[in-house]
Every structure is written in structure tokens, then in C-alpha cells.
Design a protein around this ligand. Structure first.
Ligand SMILES: Cc1ncc(COP(=O)(O)O)c(C=O)c1O
Length: 393
């Protein structure tokens, strides 16, 4: 075991934790092994916990501002991890990346406008658009030779003068792609030609596996920077999603001012005292923990791939280039979407996200959360293998 013990099984029941304590609300039963919503069953980096303890010990939790060192930790992180040089005054706040998507819709589109999404994709990409009189315009990804790709011809066809914005998911949840520089340039060229604002959700950009490199689309050219709102957060990276703190990077002053107007109108700029301190500690001191985490997660990816090959060859892992929530391709089982869900939930007793919840192209896939001790991954896969063996009898 190294410095961090990701094999430790920590009971999260009775902590009001969505993943383990709210299974019944989501899946209709609570006797399940939780492998769904995107948070991890690991403790946050010790440096983050230490800072939070210090704040708790102080005992006063009043309104809290953001210091120069807070902004500097973000500037340094984005440069060090992704090679993008940003300025502190480009950074705005959001209580989450999803609220930033919603605020962008409110700030930059009108009722009737279209917003492009690339399904199968994280469901709030739909809910941030629907219900506000705007329209989701789908540009589905295509599954080719075991990986998902963008369909640029379809994208061109889908854009008319009412389409104003693209929600980019990079790296992409749930297909696990880290979009390449070439793909992003081609996408950016199309967005430029049609004068679209790009809202780039890069919340998963820190968890990227060996051989891949995350490229922030806004880093590719001044033109792309000028039309892009980049959303990052320490929440997925360091398992602090409950602290509701994200950073929104907007180089273009006009776009930044409009975003700020909505933020001020909603009066949600003040943020969360613990999130503010945790973000700075995570970005300035959490890198060694993150490196160890990525290695452990990659070990889980290899474990799942080998297990499936050996024991359940009709299910295949869509090998993720990034993220800890990859797709399992279950189409080889030949089950309807309803029967597949029933098999996993009611027979195997494993809670995973149904691929169909992610929109077009997600049917026949299930999303597994691999940010959990390897022993629990094995338990989940054993349960599926046993449930399948019962059906085949
Ligand atoms: C792509 C993506 N964006 C946003 C979020 C959630 O963001 P937040 O909790 O900061 O609103 C998630 C969580 O799973 C995600 O996968």
C-alpha cells in the first residue's frame, strides 16, 4: 500500500449520502451495491481535510470572500495540469457546474433558441435547457470500433440561425473520451463559422489516464477563448462535490460581464466557506493524492476489463480515456433496455445508471462508477455474473 489507502472500505450509510442513503428513491429498493452517481467512496486528500478541520475549529462561519491566493491556486493549477495560461480576473464563481450551464443559458440565449448537446451525455445537459423555452438540439455521438466519436456532418446539418450555443462535455461523461486537439479544432471551426457560444464543461479534466492529454478548447486560439465559457471544479477531482464550489473561466469581458449579471441577480456569488478553503487547499496541495488516485483508478479499469473478458464476455467495458464513470456495453446480452435494468437492479442488486438516461445512443449501455475500492468492484461484477448464471439455467 502506498501513502493513500484507496482499498479501505468506508461505510457511507447514514451520512445523508446520495449514493448510498437514497437508493430507494432512485431505484425503488435499498439493498443495492451503489455504483452510480459520480462521487467517490474515498476520503478527500489529507491536506483538504486538515484545512476544513482548522476552519471548523475556529467556530465562526460568516460570509467569506476569495483572496488572491484562492485565485492564484486556480491559475497555477490550470497552467500546470493543462498548459493553459489564464488570468485571475477571468475567473467567476458558480455553486456547481450545472448551475453555470443554466446561468449561461439564461445570459446568452432567448426563448426559442437552440442549444446543441452531444448524447449520450450527462442528463443535466438536457434539464439546463428544457423548461426555459429553449430547445435542445441533439448531435449524437457515433460508436465506432469500440469508442464514441463526434459526427461533424450531422452537426453542420443541425445548425440553423436559431442555434446559439453548444454544451461541450470534455472529457465526456459517460463515453469517457478526451477529445483530441484535431477534434476540438474542427468543432471550434464550426462553432466559429456559426458564431456559437461554447460552454465547455471540463469538470472531469483532471482525471485522465496514461496516454491521453486534456486540451481545454479555449486554449487552442484567441478566437476560441473569446467565445468559450470553461467550467472547472475540484469537486470530481478531489471528491468534494458536497462543498458546492466551481470556477468558471471566461476570457471575453463582454461574456464575463453578462454572466456576472446573472450571478449577481441570483445572488449566489458569495459561495460556501468550506468550498472556498477546500478548493484552494486541493489545487495547491492535492496533486500527489490525485496522481495516486489516477493510478488506482487505472488499476480498476484494467481489473474490470480482465474480469469481463474472463467471466462475462457478453459485457464489454468502453475503455475510458478519462473519468471514473465509464459505460459498460451490455448489448451483447441481447436484452431490452427494461430487461437489462431489471437484471442489474432486481437480480444482481447492483445500482448503476441506465444508459438510456443519457439520451440517444445510450440504450443497451450501463454506466458504472469505478471510484470505489477494488473489492467492491469485484463484488459488483460477481453479483452480475451470478445473476446471469441464474437466467441462463
Ligand atoms: C459532466 C458533468 N458536469 C457536471 C457535473 C456536476 O456538476 P455540479 O455538481 O458541480 O453541478 C457532473 C457530475 O457528475 C458531470 O459529470
Amino acid at each position: 500500500m502506498g501513502k493513500y489507502n484507496f482499498d479501505a472500505i468506508i461505510d457511507r450509510h447514514h451520512t445523508s449520502c446520495e449514493k448510498w442513503d437514497f437508493l430507494k428513491d432512485k431505484f425503488g429498493r435499498d439493498d443495492l451495491l451503489a455504483m452510480w452517481v459520480a462521487d467517490m467512496d474515498f476520503t478527500a486528500p489529507p491536506e483538504v481535510i486538515e484545512v476544513l478541520k482548522e476552519r471548523v475549529d475556529h467556530g465562526i462561519f460568516g460570509y467569506t470572500g476569495r483572496t488572491d491566493s484562492y485565485f492564484d491556486s486556480i491559475v497555477q493549477w490550470v497552467d500546470k495540469r493543462h498548459g493553459w495560461k489564464i488570468e485571475a480576473n477571468w475567473i467567476r464563481h458558480a455553486p456547481g457546474v450545472v448551475p453555470a450551464l443554466s446561468m449561461s443559458v439564461l445570459a446568452f440565449t432567448q426563448p426559442g433558441d437552440g442549444i446543441l448537446v452531444q448524447p449520450p451525455v450527462y442528463p443535466p445537459f438536457y434539464s439546463a435547457v428544457n423548461g426555459r423555452g429553449r430547445r435542445v438540439v441533439e448531435n449524437p455521438l457515433v460508436f465506432r470500433d469500440g469508442r464514441f466519436e463526434m459526427d461533424f456532418d450531422d452537426l453542420e446539418k443541425k445548425i440553423d440561425s436559431s442555434v446559439k450555443m453548444l454544451f461541450l462535455c470534455n472529457p465526456h461523461n459517460p463515453v469517457g473520451r478526451v477529445w483530441t486537439e484535431e477534434e476540438l479544432k474542427r468543432l471550434g471551426e464550426i462553432c466559429g463559422r456559426h458564431d456559437l457560444i461554447i460552454v465547455s464543461d471540463e469538470i472531469h479534466s483532471d482525471i485522465v489516464f496514461k496516454g491521453f492529454r486534456h486540451v481545454p478548447i479555449a486554449s487552442l486560439s484567441p478566437e476560441l477563448a473569446a467565445r468559450t465559457i470553461t467550467c472547472i471544479a475540484p469537486s470530481k477531482t478531489f471528491n468534494i462535490a458536497g462543498l458546492s464550489t466551481s470556477a468558471i473561466i471566461i476570457p471575453n469581458k463582454r461574456i464575463r460581464d453578462n454572466y456576472t449579471t446573472v450571478l449577481d441577480f441570483l445572488h449566489i456569488d458569495s459561495g460556501n466557506i468550506f468550498g472556498t478553503f477546500a478548493l484552494e487547499a486541493a489545487y495547491s496541495k492535492g496533486e500527489p493524492w490525485l496522481e495516486a488516485l489516477i493510478e488506482y483508478l487505472e488499476g480498476n479499469v484494467n481489473f474490470i476489463e480482465d474480469y469481463l473478458k474472463e467471466n462475462i464476455p457478453s459485457i464489454k467495458l468502453v475503455r475510458p480515456e478519462a473519468t471514473y464513470v465509464p459505460f459498460l456495453d451490455c448489448r451483447g446480452l441481447g436484452l431490452s433496455n427494461g430487461a437489462l435494468f431489471d437484471l442489474l437492479i432486481n437480480k444482481a442488486r447492483v445500482a448503476m445508471n441506465n444508459g438510456a438516461w443519457f439520451g440517444k445512443g445510450g440504450e443497451g449501455f450501463m454506466r458504472i462508477n469505478i471510484a470505489t475500492p477494488r473489492a467492491l468492484i469485484k463484488e459488483g461484477l460477481d453479483r452480475i455474473a451470478r445473476a446471469l448464471a441464474c437466467i441462463e439455467k
